[in-house]
Design a protein around this ligand. Structure first.
Ligand SMILES: Cc1cc2nc3c(=O)[nH]c(=O)nc-3n(C[C@H](O)[C@H](O)[C@H](O)COP(=O)(O)OP(=O)(O)OC[C@H]3O[C@@H](n4cnc5c(N)ncnc54)[C@H](O)[C@@H]3O)c2cc1C
Length: 325
């Protein structure tokens, strides 16, 4: 769509340059789909292009993974392959020996969530290669797959303000509703940090959509850490992410009771991709499947599977010539 109210495109990642009528431009897949009159009472006048920010897309350290807001879906999808070439845990590199620590990134089970979350983006070739982690978070749709990933892995968002200050907040709190987030005018999402503590937990993923290539209607992620603590993150079904934390693996009744308490009926999302009652029923069902899957205690029953899980049942489709053009 033409953005015919735009008077200037400014290459900057400095929030001090922001003024009323500006929008940060990342991949542009939302901005150029919705047009320049869809983002507030006044049409947009300038786009502040983050393309020249020069932020490394992905930074991996022993502490975890930092994703730049400008990291594209394609760059994120490549990360597990990149790390597969890294040394195994227990194989010290010169750098790790110097730092007195062992590299572990290659063995982080949480990495298994990256590809199913990227695949949840039922995206065209252009969206896949242009749209960004930050653009997805800042669009703040309930079905934002990067929101699911970053909230599910206990990500922390770093936000830069026009007055030169910065602040951090959990991704689960960054999204406040359907299309709503914690950004004040002019604020810029700089990055999301995924901590090693979450990445080293065992992960379980479930997603349902009403149609084969449809937007997510329900997407749940479970993380079981080394101490047996469960974090369950509900996205897509709800208007904003909902996280439940358990000191140990709950039984089915306790899990259902916790969902009752955490998600009032009014929080289930309602749009063409699923009725609230269906999203609610599937949330309980998938939560129970995740509980089963992560329960490896003697006598535990094998997990049932609804919808998609990891590894995916069908490979990602190739772009059509029209999409790739
Ligand atoms: C075919 C198709 C399928 C899609 N499927 C999905 C889907 O399944 N789920 C979904 O959630 N979306 C979907 N989208 C919408 C969109 O493509 C994604 O949300 C995408 O991730 C947006 O990223 P972007 O970098 O292109 O954002 P942009 O269009 O560049 O920006 C989007 C918004 O975020 C703001 N913004 C961008 N980066 C920052 C930043 N760092 N700090 C502050 N503000 C920022 C912009 O000002 C703008 O308001 C789809 C779109 C298409 C065309």
């Amino acid at each position: 769509m033409d953005m015919n109210t735009i008077e200037a495109v400014v290459r900057t990642a400095d929030p001090a340059e922001w003024r009323a009528g500006d929008a940060w431009l990342a991949g542009g897949t939302v901005l150029f789909s919705y047009g320049s009159t869809a983002f507030g009472p006044e049409p947009l006048r300038r786009l502040l292009d983050l393309g020249s920010a020069g932020w490394p897309a992905v930074t991996v350290t022993d502490a975890g993974i930092e994703l730049a807001a400008t990291c594209t879906v394609a760059e994120l999808y490549a990360l597990p392959d990149t790390l597969a070439g890294a040394p195994r845990a227990g194989e010290p590199t010169a750098q790790a020996q110097q730092a007195g620590s062992q590299p572990t990134a290659r063995d982080w089970p949480g990495l298994d969530l990256i590809r199913p979350c990227c695949d949840s983006f039922v995206a065209s070739f252009k969206v896949w290669n242009m749209s960004t982690v930050g653009g997805n978070l800042c669009t703040s749709l309930p079905a934002g797959p990067m929101i699911s990933l970053c909230a599910g892995l206990d990500g922390t968002a770093t936000v830069l303000s026009p007055d030169g200050s910065s602040r951090e907040l959990p991704v689960a709190d960054f999204i406040t509703g359907d299309g709503q987030n914690a950004l004040a005018p002019g604020e810029l999402l700089r990055s999301v940090s995924l901590p090693a503590s979450a990445l080293s937990s065992r992960a379980a993923f479930r997603r349902l959509s009403l149609s084969n290539l449809g937007r997510s209607g329900v997407l749940l992620i479970g993380m079981l850490d080394g101490g047996g603590r469960l974090t369950l993150t509900v996205t897509a079904a709800t208007k904003r992410p909902v996280q439940l934390r358990f000191g140990s693996l709950p039984d089915a009744a306790d899990l259902a009771a916790a969902l009752d308490g955490a998600i009032p009926d009014s929080l289930y999302h309602d749009d063409i991709h699923g009725l609230p009652a269906w999203r609610r029923d599937m949330t309980y069902r998938l939560a129970e499947e995740i509980r089963d899957e992560l329960d490896t205690r003697p006598g535990a029953v094998p997990a049932r599977v609804s919808g998609e899980f990891w590894p995916p049942q069908s490979p990602r489709r190739e772009p059509t010539p029209q999409e790739g053009a």
